[in-house]
Design a protein around this ligand. Structure first.
Ligand code: C2E
Ligand code: CA
Length: 341
């Protein structure tokens, strides 16, 4: 409600030539910068209200001014944010093209534990990208761009090479299982087979797991053939993020993989008798029927761990155990946890 300034005008000022009066004893007129209204109940019993027009309009102008400033600030902010997003998107793409090299790609390692005996089974290698401004960028923000730029094979090569070098330097490569994320194209094109042959000593092949998502597997025959060929060299395969997108047990049987990673969206809100709980329970049963081991991703709470263990899940990965960490930290973490192959 606007606060109006009412100034009193003396009754003797009331009667003006310019006034309008009606039969109800109500009249109004303009006088000395005021809008005046008079209500008369009896002849000499009148109430008078005078609105100071200058302060009234000043007040309205103040409100208009505040609204205008607010709109200008909102529009500028929206514009600035959109420009920044557009610029960082464009810059990200360009910088990736220039900077996808061993120096700019970093690896972090997240432990994976056996649920049966709490042994450290292995780790998943996750990449980060250090851009030209020195900021560490999460893969969710740049993986799509990598695929668009046709740099997926290059990224897989850098991550595998770097992880092997860092883990070897820390003295833990081959002591625990190392899981590497790949793109469907790495498998379909035989790229991963060549990489493993070139970058991983053959006596360590059995400690490598290749993680692959089911989505975008177009050439199923080539994928099956290449998986089979690496499995003969004792490399293991895991289907990543199972339960999202194209998840399909028929597919799983055809691919002949070794592990099934239950997506963290299932784990996050798992409860004993919920639909989600029953789904995970059935996933685990079917996976075991197909001779696959199961890994629960995104385990954050002890109750989730206990429930998943009761359901027969084999391995657990998540913040409950540890967040992904750089090699120096991971190397310290591993000491005392190692279960030799
Ligand atoms: P992903 O393969 O499903 O990896 C698991 C993601 O979940 C990782 O995110 C990890 O940090 C996160 N995570 C693990 N435990 C927890 C938990 O308890 N709670 C929550 N909230 N999150 C957890 P990150 O590192 O950001 O990676 C995101 C995705 O990017 C990965 O999902 C993977 O699809 C992709 N990615 C990461 N590194 C590589 C890589 O080297 N190559 C390829 N092709 N993809 C990669
Ligand atoms: Ca993964």
């Amino acid at each position: 409600m606007p606060i109006l300034k009412y100034d009193k005008i003396q009754p003797h000022d009331m009667l003006q030539n310019s006034s309008q009066q009606n039969s109800d004893g109500y009249s109004y007129w303009y006088e000395k910068g005021h809008w005046v209204e008079q209500f008369c109940y009896k002849k000499n019993n009148c109430a008078i209200v005078a609105i100071n027009l200058l302060s009234y309009f000043k007040h309205q102008l103040e409100i208009l001014f505040i609204i205008t400033i607010f709109l200008i600030i909102s529009a500028s902010l929206t514009f600035a944010i959109s420009c920044r997003m557009y610029k960082s998107y464009m810059v990200l793409g360009r910088q990736l093209k220039r900077g996808l090299n061993m120096r700019q790609v970093e690896c972090v390692y997240q432990p994976i534990f056996s649920m049966k005996n709490n042994y450290l089974e292995g780790c998943e290698v996750l990449c980060r990208w250090r851009n030209e401004d020195g900021e560490q960028i999460s893969p969710d923000l740049f993986i799509g761009e990598i695929e668009k730029n046709g740099q997926s094979r290059l990224l897989t090569k850098i991550v595998l090479k770097k992880a092997v070098a860092e883990l070897t330097h820390a003295g833990i490569f081959g002591q625990i299982r190392t899981a590497i994320n790949t793109f469907p194209d790495d498998i379909a094109s035989n790229h991963i087979n060549k990489l493993i042959d070139n970058e991983v000593p053959s006596d360590k092949h059995h400690t490598i797991t290749i993680e692959v998502t089911e989505k975008e597997i177009d050439d199923l025959d080539s994928v099956v053939k290449n998986i089979d060929s690496l499995q003969r060299q004792h490399v293991k395969f895991a289907i990543d993020d199972f339960g999202t997108g194209y998840s399909n047990f028929q597919h799983l049987a055809e691919l002949g993989v070794d592990y099934l990673k239950i997506d963290q969206s299932f784990v996050r809100r798992i409860e004993p008798d919920s639909l989600r709980g029953q789904l995970v329970n059935n996933m685990v049963k079917i996976a075991h029927t197909l001779q696959l081991k199961t890994v629960a991703e995104g385990v954050e709470k002890q109750e989730q761990f206990d429930l998943l263990k009761k359901m027969g899940v084999d391995f657990s990965q998540g913040y409950l155990h540890a967040k992904p960490m750089p090699i120096e930290e991971f190397s310290d973490y591993v000491k005392g946890h190692i279960k030799p192959f």
